[in-house]
Design a protein around this ligand. Sequence first.
Ligand code: DGT
Ligand code: CA
Ligand code: CA
Length: 580
Amino acid sequence: MDNLSIAKQFSEIADMLEILDENRFRVAAYRRAVETIESLPHNVATMPKDALLEIPGIGEGIAHAILEIAQHGTCTEFAVLKKKVPQRLLEILAIEGMGPKTTALVWKKFGVESLLHLERLLTTGKLEKVPGFGVKKVENIKRGIAQRKQSGGRQPLGRVLPIAEEIAESLRSSGLCDKVEIAGSLRRMKELIGDIDILATSKKPKAVMEGFTTLPNVERTIAQGETKATVMLTSGLECDLRVVAPEEFGAALYYFTGSKEHNVRTRTMAVKQGLTVNEYGVFRGSSKRQAVSSKDRIAGKTEEEVLKAIGLPWIPPEIREDRGEIAAALAGKLPHLITEKDIQGNLHTHSEWSDGMATIEDVVREAKRRGYEYIAMTDHASSIGIVRGTKEKTVDAYIARVRAAGKKVGGIHVLAGVEVDIEEDGSTFLSDRSLQKFDFVIGAVHSYFKQDRTTATKRFLRAITNPNIDCIGHLTTRHVGGREPMDLDIDAILKAAARVKTIIELNAHWVRLDINDVQCRLAKEYGVPIAISTDAHTLAEFDVIRYGIATARRGWLEKKDVVNMKTWKELREFFRNSKS
Ligand code: DGT
Ligand code: CA
Ligand code: CA
C-alpha cells in the first residue's frame, strides 16, 4: 500500500479519536505520523520494524500499525474506530468551520451523519440556538460547505503524482502493455488534480483491465469495460485507464491530456483546413460524416504527428491551457521551457538549527550529492511558532557553523543565509546590522495573513525595497487547496521587485507552489528575478524541486528568468549588480 493511503488511514484515525474526544496525545502521534509518512520518498509498507522506528515521528504504536497495514491493508485501531464513528462524519469534519467538538455535537445532539443531514440542519435554524453557537459561527460553516463544493474534492499535485506514477509503473512492469502514459491535468502538472487519467496500448486489453482493477491500492471498481475502466483508489482518488490501438495512441494522448480549452482551439483550426481531429486521429473530411474511415486517417500514432498534421509544432503539455500557446507555436515563438537539469543550486533550505530535520552538514552534503554548485542555508529567524532558530545573539554562531560545514564537506559553495520574518509593518525580526552579515537574506511572512490589501501591499513593498533583503519567500502565503492567498496588489509588488532586483521565490513545495504559474508569467514579463527553491525541511524534500519546475514551465519561464539556473560565477555577478 502506498504512503498516501497509509497516511490517509492514520489521518482518519486521528479524526475519529478527536470526534470521540479520546486521548489527545494519541491524536497528536497519528497526526505527526501523517506528516512524516507523506514526505518520505520510500514506501513505509515495505520497511522492517527497526527501520521504521528510526524515522523521527514514528514510535512503537505507529510502527506496529504500519506493519499491520502492510500485511492486512488495515490496522486494528482503524477497524475498531470505524465501527464507532459513521464514516461520512469525517467529510463533515473536513469542512472549514467544523472542528471535532462541533462535529461530535451535531452528531450526538441532532443525529447528523452526512453532509446532506448537516445542510438540512442548517436550514432549520436550530443550531444557532445552541449555547456557544450563534449566527456568525453558523455562517462560517455555511461558507465552509460552499467552499468544499467549489474545490470538488480535488487533491494537490504532490499527493497525486507519486500514486499515478506507481500505477503507471505497475502497468509497465506487468509486461502486458506496450505503451503507458499519464494524461489529463496530471500531465499538464496543474496544482490541483480532479482524477488520474492513464492511457495504454496492449495486445491483451482484457488482461490489462483485470490487472488494473485488482491493484493493491484499488478500493473498488466503478466501471469496467473491454478497453476502459474507472476505479476508486484507497487514497480517495478516481483513476481512469483506457487501452487504445497503437495507431491511435498519439491522438488519444493529445485528446486526453487537454486542456479542454486548448483542444477546442486546435480542433477549430483543423476544421478550417478541412480536417477532423478526435481521440482516434486526424482525418481528412468533416466530422459530420457518419464515420471517419481509417483510410482517411492522416495522423494518430504520435502527438508530434497529430500536431504536425494541423500545422503545429509539438507543444509541451504544461502550457496547453489556451493562454496564447497556439499563437506562439504558429509564430515559432514557443518558450524554451526549463528542466530540472538546469538547476544549479538551492537557495532556501532548513536544518535542525530551526525547524528542519537534518544537520547543516547533511543538508550541504545532500546538495552536493545532487550535483548542485551552490546552496544557501536559510534557517528561520522568527519571533513566533518555533523556539529555535537564529536570534540577534546567535547570528555569528550560525554563520560560523554554516561556514564550518561548508569547509568540511567541500566542493560546493555554501551561502550562510536566513529566512527572516517580515513583521506586521514590513520591518524585519533581525536588525539591519545583523542582516548585513548574511550572504543571502530571504524575507517571508509568517503572521498577520488577514491584513487588508493596502496594508499588506505596503508591508511587502517595504520589505522588497529593503536593501538587506535579497529575496521574498512564498509571497502570498497560500496553501494549495487550503489557506487562501493574502490579499495583495501583485502587480505593484512584482513591478517593484523588478525595479530594485529583489528576487521573488517560486516555493517548490507542492503544499505552497507560491508564486503560482500565472504569477510566474507576469513576473517574467516584468523582468523579476525568480528563484525556484525547495524550502526543504528534510533531505527527501529536495525532491519537491520537480513541482517547482513544473509550475515554472506552466508559467512559461525560461532559463534566463531563474536565478538559481545561473552558474556560481553568474550568480555572484548578479548579486554584485543588484544589491549594494
Ligand atoms: P481534472 O481531472 O479535473 O483535474 O482535469 P482533466 O483535464 O484531467 O479533465 P478530465 O479528467 O475530465 O479529462 C481529461 C482530458 O480529456 C481533458 O483535459 C480534455 C479531455 N476531455 C474530456 N472531456 C472533454 C470534452 O468534452 N471535450 C474535449 N475537447 N476534451 C475533453
Ligand atoms: Ca483528470
Ligand atoms: Ca478523467
